[in-house]
Design a protein around this ligand. Sequence first.
Ligand code: PEP
Ligand code: MG
Length: 841
Amino acid sequence: MQHNDPDLTLVTPTAPISTATHGGRAKCLQRLARLDLPVPLTVALSFEAVQRIAAGEMPDMHALMEPFGATPLVCVRPSSEDPDWGGPGAVLNIGMNDEVYKGLREKLGEDAAAAIYLRFVQAYALHVARLDPDMFDDVSLEGPDGLADVLRAYEDETEEPFPQDPAVQLAEVLRSMARAWSGTTARLLRQAKGAPVDAGLGLVVQAMALGLGQGECGSGVIQLVNSQTGHKQITGRYLSQSQGRDALQRGTNALYLERDSRGPSLEELAPEAFEALKAHTALMRQRLREEMQAEFTIQNGQVHILDGVRVQRSARAAVRIAVALAEEGIIPRDEALLRIEPRALNELLHRQIDPSAPRDRLARGIAASPGAASGRLVFTAAEAQASAARGEPCILVRRETSPEDIRGMHAAVAVLTERGGMTSHAAVIGRGLGLPCVVGASDIKFNLRKNALTAPDGREFRAGDILTIDGTNGDVLVGEPAMLEATQDDAFQTLMQWADDVRDIGVRANADTPADAQTARNFKAQGIGLCRTEHMFFEADRLTVMREMIFADASKDRRAALDRLLPMQRADFAELFRIMQGQPVCIRLFDPPLHEFLPHDRAGHRELAEALDLPLSDVTRRCEALAEYNPMLGMRGVRLGITVPEIYDMQARAIFEATILASRDGDPVVPEIMIPLVSAKREVELVKTRVDAVAAAVRNESGVSFTYRLGVMVETPRAALRAGEIAPYTSFLSFGTNDLTQMTYGLSRDDAGRFMSTYVQQGVFPEDPFHTLDQDGVGELLQIAAKRGRDASPNLVLSICGEHGGSPESIAFCRDAGFNYVSCSPFRVPVARLAAAQLAV
Ligand code: PEP
Ligand code: MG
């Protein structure tokens, strides 16, 4: 056949068929044929052939039909390069006409023959003649009478007899499928799934295995694993006297495959066919090196395998399947690592609602970011931050989120929005943060002026009420149902261990609290890469002491306040060291602008005046004096450390005393101290001198020796450019790419959201550089600093600790630039470990 028409290829073990020319289904069928599985005779049409068909140029129909014999009955199925891109639905039973019907009646019985013909006329009417599906509403669809009715309905509608020539039928089916693929809707749909503009469609024409008739006949699907868990379990359905995927329709009395207490099974009905199916599917798994779902037909007891597709799977199942295939030696470990999309791990890493817990569902939206969390309702990002500062878990409710809400999202345990879809801001950011998120909950009435939500059943919920967001299935629930912690099951642990065995860049976590540190530890982070100490000062009791310190005029008063902060900080650090069990903990000295610690309104001023026992006017005046026009570029970070050095002294002392405490009870600790927002080497010199002096003092007082490492955060372009002269003072440089992006672009982290979407839409920036590292600009600064730093100090440790640190693309960039580790939020640690491993295999 190939000799006559290169577009038509009989699917044999040696035929020239590839996924790139004939599509995945054709290639898979060839593989099944190579395994000697009972695959019906198949002819594959190449992408080019289908393109020509769409343009009206038909292949040689005689040549196409010849292999199928004198009275062919065939089906046509789509074969795109990637099955996820979809394609037109299969059309079965092509070739049915009055004459074949008569023959089949003798062979299969009246009902079976009528059913086959009737199904074909229906499919042809819908897919080829494009008639309205309603036309069969009043027609009985059973038996010879039903068939007569359907044929009549067709003829009434088209004013033509139903075509009897199989060649005409097949040609029309091919044409309609080819055209469907080139239609605009289909093109847009598949492009949304990542298909290229010129993605091709192949078609396969396959002899029908009928599934209807005498003896045991029917159809079904089988797979050897559970799609949700990945555990081995024979799964699927079988329906006697059926075709295609009928067995999967709801409301049929399809059988289980394996003997099952829930109902009758194929194993009991046709044990030999069941055994054959199991063996065929196991062979497919072994030789195609993948868990496959087989579509099959049984014809008078004989099994036919019509098709094989990769088993659909949850992320959890994907991990278990990859690990099992590698453990059984079917694929190498490296390939198991490569088969899991790192971001897909997010699905496994989150708390879920206990399936046995009662659910009081208020509404349902789009499940945008997995995991579940309960908390009090808040309606603004500022309230979310305040709630987090009070230690109260909260759910941030917004009509939709924008970059201004990011800090609120950081502070919330879950997010609920009225609008948006899977790629809306809330969804994308929620997934990045590991934050459960339900978007597009349009059933709920959002009354943001009253800070209230009204459920479809009329119940009203206000700020402070407790709800639960289930981002795994989109439910919004009332109250706090019981939760199950994220299960990092044995398969996950094994995969992660393999990842750790091969990766060559370290992964630490950004962690400010003991809870963060515990998560980091559970996810096997190799230490803490950034502890933002200012986050330790927002609790109410500390805030007051902190304010006293800021307000102190005399150095003596300031020291008194610092003396009260010291034990608190010491306890914080000792706890972090204890949790991290001797792993490195990198503590960043105090960073934020001072005014963040001051009250902003008159009531706040009055409260503070009372707490500090000062006249209101003093407090107001001092607050005004401390206000800055541009706080993000003002008295932040090391500038504060230089201006009010006692703060860093206190922190250094707390770190060293905690080091001694933690090392006494547990593993030895070598703390890392990091100086933020450096722009000049002299800043480092000054801070280093004082920190060294504090270390010496603590050693003297305690009689205990310890070491520490001092490092610099590279967050200003100048620090990056001058890394060569800064490096000799430090043992490490850590790139704070949030600020570095802000300062490289001159783009406010907090305000860029207003125009970012316009900028991205118009292609000014390819993506939001605060989400995706700008490798060209900010990246060049990273490379320059890495080179200059290492030239000056070859053992300099390099890392990244901005939000970009957890994204697979940034990890690749940092690894290429010779970095030692990346540090990211705790929930992204497994993603980073796997992404790093994929770079190394
Ligand atoms: C940074 O700027 O990248 C950083 C990690 O520090 P922060 O986000 O706390 O400013
Ligand atoms: Mg910063």
